[in-house]
Ligand binder design. Sequence first.
Ligand code: G3H
Ligand code: 13P
Ligand code: ZN
Length: 309
Amino acid sequence: MALVTSKEMFKKAYEGKYAVGAFNVNNMEIIQGIMTAALSEKAPLILQVSAGARKYASPVYLRKLVEAAVEDTGLDLVLHLDHGESFEICKQCIDDGFTSVMIDGSKFPLKENIELTKKVVEYAHERGIVVEAELGKLAGIEDAIKVDARNATFTDPDEAVEFVEKTGVDSLAIAIGTSHGAFKFKGEPQLDFERLETISNLLPGFPIVLHGASSVPEEFVALNNKYGGAIPGAKGVPEEMLLKATKYGVCKINIDTDLRLAMTASIRKVFYEQPDVFDPRKYLSPARDAIAAMVAHKMRNVLNCSGKA
Ligand code: G3H
Ligand code: 13P
Ligand code: ZN
């Protein structure tokens, strides 16, 4: 019953060939929905906080909400900084009690990314905290034939090995075709599994992370649009591809967009069907339930981590 690092979680996930869900949190209802699912599924869990979430809710509110979640449920969980863009924000979060931070130096050339990541790793490890880094640029692929474009943005396997060796980082987010948001693919969804397998084979036992891994289920988009939304042409990563990725060393799968879609569809439905409602509890309770149902489904059928807590 505590905040823990992801070290043991990833070791078990790697060996058991499943992934731990890392869900982005911004407010109390999102946290409560996710916790309900983790409790009912007995699943390991990472709650992650972006710089935008810290700005929205303020760091102290989020930290206290996560502490409340641990106290209320008795579950161990990881509190992780998502996409830390500087040493300073990583340091702040570590000093604030986060058990895991991501330093995202993916926009820098390899050498600078290594230097920045190494600096964060040194600070974190001295304090028993784990670090995730990113190598390669997240972007969808329009066409499997565009090999040059893929090589320019996707993670280079040899660089991944060099990066892990030189930084001592605990996990690595790689680019194989996933991307953030609801519009991931112009054509048919596809991930570069060959690249994933190569990287995984070169880094045995090492936890790989997939960002941009929402599936953008058609029913959520349809529900949003049925109740007044206008979300055109959204396409995410098919669930079976995520499940397959867990067999190749992917131990952490990041999900934010699906939470947003589930929550917003539910709120839209209430407003559409009951235009007289103005008590926030009347639309936030079903939204919280929708998140719990969606997360439980992911844990059971996509991450394969139910019963693994
Ligand atoms: O990868 C980004 C996450 O979805 C967080 O998004 O920066 O809007 O909070 P945000
Ligand atoms: P999605 O936008 O696919 O949910 O990805 C979230 C993510 O990668 C957070 O870091
Ligand atoms: Zn991300």
